[in-house]
Design a protein around this ligand. Sequence first.
Ligand code: T1G
Length: 692
Amino acid sequence: MTAEYQVNGAIAVITLNNPPVNGLGLSTRTAIVDGMKKALGDNAVKAVVITGAGKAFSGGADIKEFNSPKALAEPTLHTVINVVENSIKPVVAAIHTVCMGGGLELALGCHYRVASPGAQIALPEVKLGILPGAGGTQRLPRVVGLEMALNMIVSGTPVPSEKLAKTALFNELIEGDLMQGAQAFAGKVADIRPLPKVRDIKIDYPNHEAFLQFSRNTVKAMAGPFPAPLKCVEAIAAAVTEKFDDGLKIERDLFVELVQTTESKALRHAFFAERAAGKIPDVPEDTPARAIKSAAVIGAGTMGGGIAMNFANAGIPVKILEMKQEALDKGLATVRKNYENTMKKGKLTPEKFEQRVGLITGTLSYEEIGQADIVVEAVFEDMGVKEAVFKKLDEVMRPGAILASNTSTLDVDKIAAFTKRPQDVIGTHFFSPANVMKLLEIVRGAKTGKDVLATTMALSKKIKKTGVVSGVCDGFIGNRMVEQYSRQAGFLLEEGCTPEQVDKAVEKFGFAMGPFRMGDLAGNDIGWYIRKRRYVEKPEVTYSKTADLLCEMGRYGQKTGAGWYDYKPGDRKAYPSQIVNDMVVKHSADIGVERRKISDQEIIERLVFALVNEGAYILEEGIAMRASDIDMVYLTGYGFPLFRGGPMFYADTVGLPNVVMAMEKYAKGRHGDAWKPAPLLAKLAAEGKTFN
Ligand code: T1G
């Protein structure tokens, strides 16, 4: 059973025990009701305490059960809460560590609640695209007040129990032994009648309509494409205006509506995908990791400085190595400026500022970084330069140090072969700006040690990155896919689009930024350099020449004041460029392509399905371990819209047969070779299956 029952004197104790977070799955719900029946049937029992074993009181309903028969099987969470609330003996919730979602709703059905300080209290359902569906929107406002409840439910943000100690949510905070204190409290209230029920508390909020209308307007503005936040407000409004049971019904109807939405399914997919990405099938969770107490970074450029900040932010001292004092000083000054800007925004205290800046030092000598536990190379993306650096690192780094490359496309196996310790070499591909973007592609070389992989994955968590393991190929996962996306964007220009038309369509789909604005931001010369290499290595792969023509005009993007768009000094706004549009139109004529009107749908299908198809190749080659890893790469590194769940999840929602049909249509057009369906995609589509 996933809840234990025991009786200590006159107090029955029901302990949820469904690791890892006491999710309220069917078996746990059944065990709670069984425990209550035993307690109610035992005359020696005067009161009941419910608590959770391990690291949570309860993390809420078992999300894994959603959209499955178990979620609605009796006893549902509503039934469990009714059994508790209608008990003729007092029920006390003894809360510790984590009390979230359905776990908090269960506690709100109890007559009393006591908690240890520091327990994380939350109704985070909105982060899964739903809302508290077991009375949370009706009961929480009754104990913490309308405003606090609305903020907690619409944000989903946890609040430490001590911050709620003075509200009716808790009867006591117990500093010492929680279970001892809870049972003593239960003994104290065992004979008090009537039993206090949260549902009986009236919400007293004068002029609540104005507050609720203000909340609706505010939430509508921040919710973006997600329907859940506004529905949370509607459910909470019902707590104020309706009778309790009517409010409960409104909440239930809204919950059922939301749990079916694609947006919620996408958020739940991302929740599990983020956690799955940290699992490496052939590297057991208990693989011993190497201690990372100090780091070094080679290169004080934009990437090197950003990478160093990640270590400092995690409290790890880091030394940046440069060749020239001027470059080192410039890099350190940029890092300091970044932290100053964060401090000016009030997101960093002066103490933290000093601490972090103090953790980052510079050197011109390789000998001074030899004792670091990990070194990350962030030099120019050229194999010759990487070779020189890694040969030097092989000489100076202590045995057991991890030698990581921040390469964004190059062969990590070749880099490892420059050293006598390939088992210590790994790719750690950060995304610019490295101190901001969550994604970290962890590139596993053929000889990378399992402990090095485990250490780097653990380090990704410590520096608050989403680590995703990639095999070695040109561009790993993200950039290999974006290559196809960019090819299609270039072809669309030749066939009739302007840069702003493509960007607008992509941004309407939900991407943070379209491909051309992104190019201007990152620097069009980066892609130019990579294409020049590819023209030699893969002459059979065709590209639109427009991007090269742009660079030949010196229009590298914001850094040169002009790119696909025009820019004004001191203004980052992208202005459509007549020069570029004329260049594109002329180029179409030069290559004999008649320009045509192209729909947004075609733009999206060609850009997104290009990602999906390359993702399918990456999956079948084993470069990515799972489709949800590819989704995490795009959700955390490329601005793919979260409400669509990532390219592979999105393809599943479109239906793989529909994706293949669209590709067959485009295969009949120019550069049809780009639309050959990956065998895995064709197979899944034919079998009516999905990637995830
Ligand atoms: N259901 C199922 N599995 C869960 C889970 C849940 N609610 N919460 C966590 N897990 C799994 C997670 O997938 C991972 O699995 C492991 O537990 C450790 O998680 C009716 C309907 C609780 C703060 O949204 O925020 O109640 O990878 O790595 O960092 O109104 O998990 O090990 O196999 O995150 O210590 C509402 C979601 C549900 C809370 C713990 N509750 N969870 O953080 O561990 S909907 C939530 C969290 C609901 C009712 C509605 C965190 C945590 P694996 P972890 P952690």
